[in-house]
Design a protein around this ligand. Structure first.
Ligand code: ADP
Ligand code: AMP
Length: 216
């Protein structure tokens, strides 16, 4: 399955991505994760991306599009992928259409996770991620069994440097200005399904499964 996850920062994209790739044939591609890996490894791309990410701004389209285009050409994603955090601008969506055309691929569904704006800051600020395996927790809504330690691999949990209130507020504004127009873009192509993200994590996943149907 070829899928896109759409939604504001803190909507639950990463959380649901983990569930979806477990149940369907799709490789998780998170542009945010790719940038964070590059920052950790101190690559040129990481250095450039960090300047924007620390301010809550989008990394320029030309840096992101090339990265995703290269990734989609790799063999492991030919039967399915789940794009998480890409596209984020209409420009990126148009570039993705071109890449897919050249690969003879077609998006099956765009899963749009909708969450009340008032809940987003608390979700992002309380997010904790495992340094080792990337599993996502929340200090109140989805806590690990032992504070600061991953349930899956016992790795150490950390807070993203952009998950602080001021930067999260900026990221939400950037989403409203630059990414929300994609809802219209994909409504026109008829591939979008909107999911109520203001429910328990398991209920959100149930609704996603209903929208996707059984594995094809
Ligand atoms: P995104 O990838 O869209 O930025 P995440 O999946 O990382 O969002 O989720 C943001 C935070 O909210 C995480 O701490 C996660 O545990 C928590 N979270 C995700 N889904 C829900 C939900 N349905 N209810 C409450 N908290 C949630
Ligand atoms: P995320 O992990 O999806 O929350 O993304 C974290 C940050 O990475 C964003 O605030 C942006 O600065 C950058 N980023 C991730 N994906 C994109 C994208 N498709 N376009 C531009 N910037 C991105």
């Amino acid at each position: 399955m070829k899928l896109i996850l759409l939604g504001p920062p803190g909507a639950g994209k990463g959380t649901q991505a983990a569930n979806i790739v477990n149940a369907y044939e799709a490789v998780h591609i998170s542009t945010g994760d790719i940038f964070r890996k590059n920052i950790k490894e101190n690559t040129d791309l990481g250095k450039k991306a960090k300047e924007y990410m620390d301010k809550g701004l989008l990394v320029p389209d030309e840096l992101v599009v090339e990265l995703v285009a290269d990734r989609l050409e790799q063999d492991d994603v030919k039967d399915g992928f789940l794009l998480d955090g890409f596209p984020r601008t209409v420009n990126q969506a148009q570039a993705l259409d071109k890449v897919l055309e050249s690969l003879n691929g077609k998006i099956y569904k765009v899963i749009n996770i909708q969450v009340d704006k008032n809940n987003l800051v608390e979700r992002a600020v309380g997010r904790r991620i495992c340094k080792k395996c990337g599993a996502t927790y929340h200090i109140s809504f989805n806590p690990s069994k032992s504070e600061g330690i991953c349930d899956v691999c016992e790795g150490e949990l950390y807070q993203r440097t952009d998950d602080v209130e001021e930067t999260v507020a900026k990221r939400i504004q950037v989403y409203l200005d630059e990414t929300q127009p994609l809802i219209d873009y994909y409504t026109k192509s008829g591939t979008i399904v909107t999911i109520n993200g203001d429910q328990d994590i398991s209920k959100v996943f149930n609704d996603i499964k209903l929208a996707l149907g059984s594995e094809d």
